[in-house]
Design a protein around this ligand. Structure first.
Ligand SMILES: *[C@@H]1O[C@H](CO)[C@@H](O)[C@H](O)[C@H]1NC(C)=O
Length: 256
């Protein structure tokens, strides 16, 4: 009786499960290696795009080719349509809560596009929203983006209440007048490359602070790789130890 039970103990369901875990975690690690290679290639490609000279947008933009131009720098000229500014957020910059000010830019003899001019602190957001831009042409250097992905926790936008939680480019273009007003769903994030002193002056005066021209994709694959491979190594060790222990117990049994 005891002989049989011992013999089976080498191949119990527990041992099978314990043997599968190292293989499975190793597979997950290997999959993450693939993902990391893919991500690095993507970031390289976007970095390369970002280094290129700014493009100027045509009078009418073919929206279906925009994804190919994501992260390209663009140079725009036009007048701010401050009557259709919105506050996007809340957003955080250097630990301070605030919003991003998005204002349509009326391009002369061309379509209107949307410009995310950057961060304004919470206290000055309303003031920034109502600020009238001087009646003159401005030049804006920015980066082309597409609608930002929203996650499950992002609430719905309520344009009628002035609540915009995520950059739904089509909805913002509609709010700014839509096709009838020659507004295209094109989203440009203004670039700010000034020094820290200028940024704090802007922050104190409610002048939007644009973004840095960098690729801000998350790349956590390396830490996943380390986690899965370590787990695989550890569970392999535990499995082999248990196997050796069971085998010793099995070998020590007197032959019946
Ligand atoms: C926009 O670009 C796509 C893809 O290149 C093309 O098929 C389409 O004809 C273009 N549309 C216009 C209006 O030019």
């Amino acid at each position: 009786m005891s002989y049989k039970a011992r013999r089976l103990s080498l191949f119990t369901p527990t041992m099978v499960v314990l043997g599968v875990i190292p293989i499975f975690t190793f597979w997950l690690g290997t999959w993450q290696v693939k993902r990391l290679k893919w991500k690095v290639a993507l970031i390289d490609e976007l970095e390369e795009k970002l280094q290129r000279e700014p493009v100027s947008l045509p009078r009418r933009i073919n929206v279906s080719v925009l994804p190919d131009f994501t992260y390209r720098k663009v140079l725009l000229r036009g007048q701010w349509d401050t009557a259709h500014s919105i506050l996007l957020g809340p957003r955080v910059r250097d630990g301070e809560t605030g919003y991003h000010l998005v204002t349509p830019l009326l391009r002369p003899e061309a379509t209107t596009v949307l410009v995310d001019r950057g961060f304004v602190s919470k206290d000055l957001a309303e003031q920034a929203l109502r600020a009238q831009a001087p009646d003159e042409e401005v030049e804006v250097l920015g980066m082309l983006r597409v609608s930002q992905a929203r996650n499950n926790f992002t609430p719905d936008n309520h344009p009628e209440r002035g609540e915009w939680y995520w950059a739904d480019v089509h909805a913002i273009a509609e709010y700014a007048g839509g096709e009838a007003a020659n507004v295209q769903p094109v989203f440009v994030e203004e670039i700010f490359e000034g020094h820290a002193g200028e940024a704090s002056w802007r922050q104190a005066h409610g002048v939007p602070i644009g973004r840095l021209p960098v690729i801000d994709l998350r790349n956590s694959h390396l830490s996943y790789i380390i986690t899965w491979y370590s787990l695989s190594a550890f569970t392999t060790f535990m499995f082999l130890r248990l196997l050796a222990k069971n085998r010793r117990a099995y070998v020590r049994l007197p032959r019946a």
